[in-house]
Design a protein around this ligand. Structure first.
Ligand code: NAD
Length: 295
């Protein structure tokens, strides 16, 4: 089994790395967070003292970092992954980042003939724990084929989206749809309350009509109709509002860079910005219904 070096073992990275251990891969981790690192050592991983140690010992390097900033540091610094990876090692970043950072790392890896994939995920912590993530994967075909069995140990679906950066583009565009659609669903439920229509009846109609969407049928923002939705557990995430804000910022920044107006995306970003500033960033993103109800 190829040895894996896993960088960043937080909410998402830890269950992903545990699934790789379960599949029989030797896993070495690196994370400056002492508690997160220790939890993985307890689960059977080896801990590297530095990225140099991790990179020089691993056939495959996988990262799950907060943003493009940490990605560039981890891969592009003199004592980072690209400079110290074994010849022929496969590099896979699963974080959600801006497209430019993914391409910059891909270009640097290419100079050392190292295959790099930007492969962000959909499915959240529950999907990471259950091993049911969807990967949207940008990079060369051969690298995607080589990565597939490893990704399938952590997920159930790998979509090859194109060249480097396209995985991040897919993630950003998908979550743009998600952020806007959640606000639309919340506004509909708040209006229904004003019109004397019960949430159960609106759900019964919209979940089988043209208003049907994932924000409604999987993450319904009112408690009741979807028992597994965060609205039934005081909006504990799930997918935190601050993460949705991060992804909407990536979308609006990308649109601005390419001189494209995404007006609803801009409004959705503003609403989530206010919600996070008001102290609700750690609630599930469906909790924005509380702010919409108050307006
Ligand atoms: P997290 O903050 O729980 O974990 C990030 C980990 O990276 C932490 O343990 C942190 O200590 C570590 N880290 C930070 N800088 C580092 C560095 N330079 N080297 C090594 N480790 C470093 O975040 P998360 O919720 O696991 O999210 C990780 C990524 O996954 C983000 O890009 C996020 O957008 C994406 N994502 C998250 C979710 C979700 O539901 N949480 C869903 C899909 C995608």
């Amino acid at each position: 089994m190829p040895s894996i070096g896993f960088i960043g073992v937080g909410h998402m990275g830890a269950p992903m790395a545990r699934n790789l251990l379960k599949a029989g891969h030797p896993v070495t981790i690196f994370d400056p967070d002492v508690e997160n690192a220790q939890a993985m050592v307890n689960a059977g991983a080896k801990q590297a003292a530095s990225l140099v140690e991790l990179a020089s010992a691993s056939d495959v390097v996988i990262s799950m970092l907060p943003s493009g900033r940490e990605l560039r540091v981890a891969y592009l610094d003199n004592d980072g992954v690209v400079a110290h990876a074994k010849a022929g090692a496969l590099l896979i970043d699963c974080s959600t980042t801006d497209v430019d950072s993914a391409r910059a790392v891909g270009d640097a890896a290419k100079k050392r003939s190292l295959p790099f994939l930007d492969s962000p995920v959909s499915g959240g912590v529950a999907g990471a724990e259950a091993g049911t993530l969807t990967f949207m994967t940008g990079g060369e075909d051969g690298a995607v084929q080589a990565a597939r069995p490893i990704l399938m140990a952590m997920g159930k679906n790998v979509v090859h989206t194109g060249s480097n950066g396209s995985g991040q583009a897919a993630k950003i565009c998908n979550n743009l749809i998600l952020g806007i659609s959640m606000i639309g669903v919340c506004e509909a439920f708040v209006l229904a309350e004003q019109l004397g229509l019960s949430p159960e009846k609106l759900f019964a109609v919209s979940s089988t009509s043209s208003g049907q969407c994932w924000s409604l049928t999987s993450y319904c923002p009112v408690p009741g109709p979807v028992p597994a939705a965060p609205s039934n557990r005081d909006y504990q995430p799930g997918f935190a509002a601050k993460m949705m804000l991060k992804d909407l910022r990536l979308a609006t920044d990308a649109a601005e860079k390419h001189n494209k107006a995404i007006e609803l995306g801009g409004l959705a970003k503003q609403l989530y910005e206010r919600f996070v500033q008001d102290g609700s960033g750690d609630l599930d993103f469906s909790a924005i219904i509380q702010a919409i109800r108050q307006r």
